[in-house]
Ligand binder design. Structure first.
Ligand SMILES: C[S@@+](CC[C@H](N)C(=O)[O-])C[C@H]1O[C@@H](n2cnc3c(N)ncnc32)[C@H](O)[C@@H]1O
Length: 217
């Protein structure tokens, strides 16, 4: 989550004052309209992240937590003909994505909770960009995605275009409801995935990016 998300979060909380603390769906619905004007899209970092899974034309891609579809133009550039499916728990975010990209061939969006709902299809590539910390049951969800939604030899990418330190500093100063949305040191995360027999082929972080690649071999 980026700095702007948190600014928007507190604004939304103030608007919501007097009611219950927003849950995650309400939060993302409340910031959907302004997401694209407040979120930085660093093309260089995103291309570097996506290059880790070598997307080829014609492949099917599942974009988990697609939001307003920020990655769709990047996928289309690499993969003009493949099927792109964006899923998200927030109808507000998906409405924005559909408005921007709903008319494109081979692009579709679905409202669902990746932790609770089952996606009955397998893909060549599964991507979680800027969304992994929002999962409550991280290991179980990734294992489920690999087992149920990744084709043989398919690749799953967890990716961030900010450093772990940057993200976690924001989180630690944020509201209780998001303070647990943390990234851990990339090699520790790798060990956790390996402890449940996931095949981690890349795990890297620096002061600009964070990524993990899991392959279904
Ligand atoms: C920080 S935003 C990132 C959106 C987009 N990937 C981007 O970078 O612009 C995280 C997204 O994950 C979605 N999300 C959070 N938990 C989810 C879940 N359990 N299932 C599906 N989507 C989820 C949110 O609704 C939100 O759109």
């Amino acid at each position: 989550m980026k700095l702007d998300d948190f600014v928007a979060f507190f604004v939304a909380k103030i608007i919501n004052r007097g009611g219950d603390i927003m849950n995650q769906v309400e939060f993302f619905n409340s910031i959907a309209e302004k997401w694209d004007s407040t979120t930085r899209v660093d093309e260089k970092r995103i291309n570097k992240l996506l290059s880790q899974i070598s997307i080829k034309n014609g492949e099917s891609i599942l974009d988990i937590g697609t939001g307003t579809g920020v990655l769709i133009p990047f996928y289309k550039h690499l993969n003009r003909d493949g099927e792109l499916t964006g899923v998200d728990i927030s109808q507000g975010m998906l409405n924005m994505a559909k408005r921007k990209f709903g008319q494109l061939n081979n692009v579709n969006f679905k409202l669902l909770d990746v932790e609770k709902d089952s996606i009955k299809k397998k893909y060549d590539k599964v991507v979680l960009y800027s969304m992994f910390p929002h999962l409550n049951n991280k290991t179980e969800t990734i294992k489920k995605l690999v087992n149920e939604n990744l084709k043989e030899n398919g690749k799953l990418l967890i990716a961030h275009s900010d450093s772990r330190e940057f993200l976690n500093n924001l989180h630690s100063n944020a509201d209780e409801s998001v303070s647990e949305d943390r990234l851990i040191e990339v090699n520790k995360q790798k060990e956790i995935f390996e402890s449940v027999n996931l095949n981690v082929t890349k795990a890297y972080e620096d002061d600009e990016i964070y990524y993990i690649v899991i392959e279904n071999i």
